[in-house]
Design a protein around this ligand. Structure first.
Ligand SMILES: Cc1cc2nc3c(=O)[nH]c(=O)nc-3n(C[C@H](O)[C@H](O)[C@H](O)COP(=O)(O)OP(=O)(O)OC[C@H]3O[C@@H](n4cnc5c(N)ncnc54)[C@H](O)[C@@H]3O)c2cc1C
Length: 273
């Protein structure tokens, strides 16, 4: 059973993506207690009891996954400045406010290239790159870490889920939200399934701001294409024209990436007309 105080299992994703995950979990007999808050976990004879505001759930194992906070006490005591996120503020050379002291990884902020501000997204992808840059600069080099676009993904039973860039909610008024559905392979090919994509597009420029995707097929590697497009500053029309692979066992003649971008381009044209 998953207990989640929000009304959907993935608060960081749009509803359509969360619904795919919820369906997959239920399909594999995982119970979902959404909109329920855990008040206590008690040890009782024969196991644990998780007390929510609606019921008591018996369990042998309880996994608590309620978010991540940076450990910055040591840095604070040393006079290192924190950013607005509560993690250590760093520049693109991983320098802190104290000369000769660098920070990298889960204790530090990263510059978000699409939001244009420091964020706290503690992932191994960022920690590795920041660590290299901090180490090189501490040894006298002049290395830079320009920033992140917020790419992350995971697998739930038989489906993949991933996102990059900003969600429509994070992007605010400038965002046009476009939801579409595609086939994971050539339509007639065995094993083809549906993928769902949510794109966030800048209403004025047509630039891609973010992408979320879920389904039983290749999702994470497709999100990587969107992440590359974010780094390159491509519009949805430019993405729709990319030369991507087609072979029925692998992808339809128009890859889901191209179809979602085409749908977004049309929605944009309609929205500004
Ligand atoms: C279950 C789990 C799954 C994850 N999966 C992914 C994933 O799939 N993809 C992804 O990108 N990221 C993932 N992450 C996040 C990723 O592991 C972290 O972002 C990354 O390890 C951070 O690297 P770091 O070097 O900043 O910190 P850490 O890897 O935490 O290393 C910090 C080290 O410092 C040591 N330490 C702490 N305090 C002191 C002290 N006072 N003195 C000496 N040593 C100290 C700790 O013991 C630790 O070894 C996952 C994290 C978890 C917990």
């Amino acid at each position: 059973v998953i207990v989640e105080q929000q009304r959907q299992v993935l608060p960081g994703f749009d509803r359509e993506i969360a619904e795919i995950v919820e369906t997959e979990l239920r399909h594999h007999d995982v119970g979902l207690e959404l909109g329920a808050t855990v008040g206590a976990i008690e040890e009782q004879k024969g196991g644990l009891v998780v007390k929510t505001d609606s019921q008591d759930l018996r369990a042998e194992v309880v996994l608590v996954a309620v978010g991540v906070r940076p450990r910055v006490e040591l840095a604070q005591r040393a006079g290192i400045a924190l950013g607005a996120t509560g993690a250590i503020a760093v520049d693109d050379r991983m320098r802190t406010n104290e000369s000769g002291i660098f920070a990298a990884g889960d204790c530090a902020e990263a510059h978000h290239l699409i939001l244009g501000k420091p964020v706290y997204v503690p992932l191994g992808t960022t920690a590795n790159k920041q660590g290299k840059v901090a180490g090189a600069n501490a040894a006298g080099a002049d290395a830079r870490f320009p920033g992140i676009v917020g790419s992350a993904g995971f697998k739930v039973f038989d489906i993949e889920v991933a996102r990059t860039g900003t969600s429509p909610a994070e992007a605010g008024d400038r965002a046009l939200r476009v939801v579409s559905e595609q086939s994971s392979r050539g339509h007639a090919y065995p094993g083809a399934s549906k993928l769902k994509t949510v794109l966030t597009v800048d209403r004025e420029t047509g630039l891609l701001l973010g992408a979320q995707m879920a389904g039983a097929g290749v999702v994470a590697m497709r999100i990587d294409v969107y992440a590359t497009a974010l780094h390159a500053g491509l519009s949805v029309d430019e993405i729709a024209g990319l030369d991507l692979v087609y072979a029925p066992p692998l992808a339809p003649v128009y890859d889901p990436i191209l179809i979602a971008a085409t749908v977004a381009g049309k929605a944009l044209a309609k929205a500004v007309a």
